[in-house]
Design a protein around this ligand. Structure first.
Ligand code: PLP
Length: 422
C-alpha cells in the first residue's frame, strides 16, 4: 500500500480519516454485496501520475498531445475488457455505473422512447428509471416483476405482454437486489420480437460473469452489457460499456464522449487495465465460483435456522432477508444491530414490501468482499453464527460488546489486500 508519509506530514486530519477507514475495513466484516477490496497493484495505479493528464478522445484520436502512455493503458484496458467478456467493442471511460447507464440510453434511444426494466422493489436499480432520477424526464420507463417471490422466477409472460403493448427500444436486464439467474435467451427473444435492444446492466455481477460462475448475456445474443468495475469485478471505482458487435461501438463512444462526459479519468482507466488483467487469470475464476458457493452456503445455513430468504436462496453473490418475518426486526434495526458488532450490510426493500422504502422490511448482504479475504464455507458458518447471536442477544449491551470483540479477533485472521499491518 502507499506509505502515506507525505499525507501524514502535510494534512494530519485527512491522514487520520484514511487510517481510521483502513482500521475499520481490517477489523470489520463487509457484507454489502456491492463492495470489495482492490489489490495493492490496482491501488498503486489509481494513485499514479495519470491523474495529471488530459486525454479527451480515444486512443489514437485525442484532442491534446502527449498521449503515448495514456493510449497504451487505455488500449490495454479495452483489449482486456473485450477478452474478458467476449465483446466486440469496449468503452472503458464511463466514470461510474450511473453514467454508463445514461450514456447507453443516449446512444440507443431518442427522447420519448421507452425502456422496459425490472420493478425497483423486485430488485431493479435507481438508474433504471426511478422517479427521483432526471433520466425519467427524457425517457419512459415501464416494468416487469417476479412471478413468484418464493422461487424468484421473473414473469417472462408478463414481460412479453408489456413489451408487445409498450414497444420499448431497450429491454433491460439489470439488478442490484435480485438473487437469481436470468433467462437471457428468453429476454433476447422478446427483445427481437418487438425490435428492442437487449441490454444487461451487470454492475453487481460482472465479476461472476468474468469468472464464468454465472451466465454471460452475450452468449444468449444480448446487444449491450454495461457495468461498474468496482463491485464483483474488484477494480477501481468506474464504469464500462461493452457491445457484442463492434458496429454499435461508434455510437457508444460518441455518446460517452463528447456526448456526455468530458476528459477521461486516466488513472482509473489504467487501474481498470490492471484489474482486468487480474480477472483474466485462472485464480479469478476460482474466486468468482467461491463467491457463489459461499453465498449458497450462507443461504442454506440461514434457512436451516428458520430465517426467511426472499426467493428461498440464491444463485449469485447476494441474499435478501425478510427481517420482520424472520426476527421481528425492521431492516433498519437489523442493519444497526449488525453494525453494532462490526458486521456491515444494508437495509433494503423486499419484493412487494408493505413498509416504506426508507424504513423497509429487509436487508441485503453478499459474499464478494469476505471471499476476497480468503474466507470459505467454514467461515460463512461462523459469520451466520455471529449474526444469529447478535439477533438473540439484542438489547444485552455487554453481550454485544463481547461479540464485537470476537468479530474483530476473527477479522484479524483474514488480512485485507492492500492494507498492511496497522
Ligand atoms: C451499482 C449499480 C449502478 C450504479 O453504479 P455507480 O457506480 O454507483 O454509479 C447501476 N446499476 C446497477 C444495477 C448497480 O448495481
Amino acid at each position: 500500500m502507499p506509505s502515506y508519509d507525505a499525507l501524514q506530514r502535510q494534512d494530519p486530519a485527512v491522514f487520520e480519516a484514511v487510517r481510521g477507514e483502513m482500521l475499520r475495513q481490517a477489523e470489520g466484516v463487509e457484507l454489502i454485496p456491492s463492495e470489495n477490496y482492490i489489490s495493492a497493484a490496482v491501488m498503486e495505479t489509481m494513485a499514479s501520475v495519470f491523474n495529471n493528464k488530459y486525454s479527451e478522445g480515444y486512443p489514437g484520436r485525442r484532442y491534446y498531445g502527449g498521449q503515448q502512455f495514456t493510449d497504451q493503458v487505455e488500449a490495454l484496458a479495452i483489449e482486456r475488457a473485450k477478452a474478458l467478456f467476449g465483446a466486440g467493442h469496449a468503452n472503458v471511460q464511463p466514470h461510474a455505473g450511473a453514467p454508463a447507464n445514461v450514456a447507453t440510453y443516449f446512444a440507443l434511444l431518442e427522447p420519448g422512447d421507452t425502456v422496459l426494466g425490472m420493478d425497483l422493489s423486485h430488485g431493479g436499480h435507481l438508474t433504471h428509471g426511478h422517479p427521483v432520477t432526471y433520466i425519467t424526464k427524457i425517457y419512459n420507463f415501464v416494468r416487469y416483476k417476479m412471478k413468484d417471490i418464493e422461487t424468484g422466477e421473473i414473469d417472462y409472460d408478463e414481460m412479453r405482454e408489456v413489451a408487445l403493448r409498450e414497444k420499448p427500444k431497450i429491454l433491460l436486464a439489470g439488478f442490484s437486489a435480485y438473487p437469481r439467474e436470468i433467462d437471457y435467451a428468453r429476454m433476447k427473444a422478446i427483445a427481437e420480437e418487438v425490435g428492442a435492444y437487449a441490454v444487461a446492466d451487470m454492475a453487481h455481477i460482472a465479476g461472476l460473469i468474468a469468472g464464468r460462475a454465472i451466465r454471460n448475456p452475450f452468449d444468449d445474443g444480448f446487444d449491450v452489457i454495461l457495468t461498474t468495475t468496482h463491485k464483483t469485478l474488484r477494480g477501481p471505482r468506474g464504469g464500462m460499456i461493452l457491445s457484442r458487435e463492434a458496429g454499435l461501438g461508434k455510437r457508444i463512444d460518441k455518446s460517452v464522449f463528447p456526448g456526455f462526459q468530458g476528459g477521461p479519468i486516466m488513472q482509473m482507466i489504467a487501474a481498470k487495465a490492471v484489474a482486468f488483467g487480474e480477472a483474466l487469470k485462472p485464480e479469478f475464476a476460482d474466486y468468482a465460483q467461491q463467491i457463489v458457493r459461499n453465498a449458497r452456503h450462507m443461504a442454506e445455513k440461514f434457512m436451516q435456522s428458520g430465517t426467511r430468504l426472499i426467493t428461498n436462496g440464491t444463485d449469485n453473490h447476494l441474499l435478501m432477508i425478510d427481517c420482520v418475518q424472520s426476527w421481528d426486526l425492521t431492516g433498519g434495526q437489523a442493519e444497526e444491530l449488525f453494525d453494532r458488532v462490526g458486521i456491515t450490510l444494508n437495509k433494503n426493500v423486499i419484493a412487494d414490501d408493505p413498509r416504506k422504502p426508507l424504513d423497509p422490511s429487509g436487508i441485503r448482504l453478499g459474499t464478494p468482499a469476505v471471499t476476497t479475504r480468503g474466507m470459505g464455507e467454514a467461515e460463512m458458518d461462523t459469520l451466520v453464527d455471529f449474526m444469529l447471536r447478535a439477533v438473540a442477544e439484542r438489547g444485552d449491551e455487554a453481550a454485544l460488546d463481547a461479540l464485537h470483540e470476537e468479530v474483530k479477533t476473527f477479522c484479524r485472521q483474514y488480512p485485507v489486500p492492500g492494507i498492511d499491518a496497522l
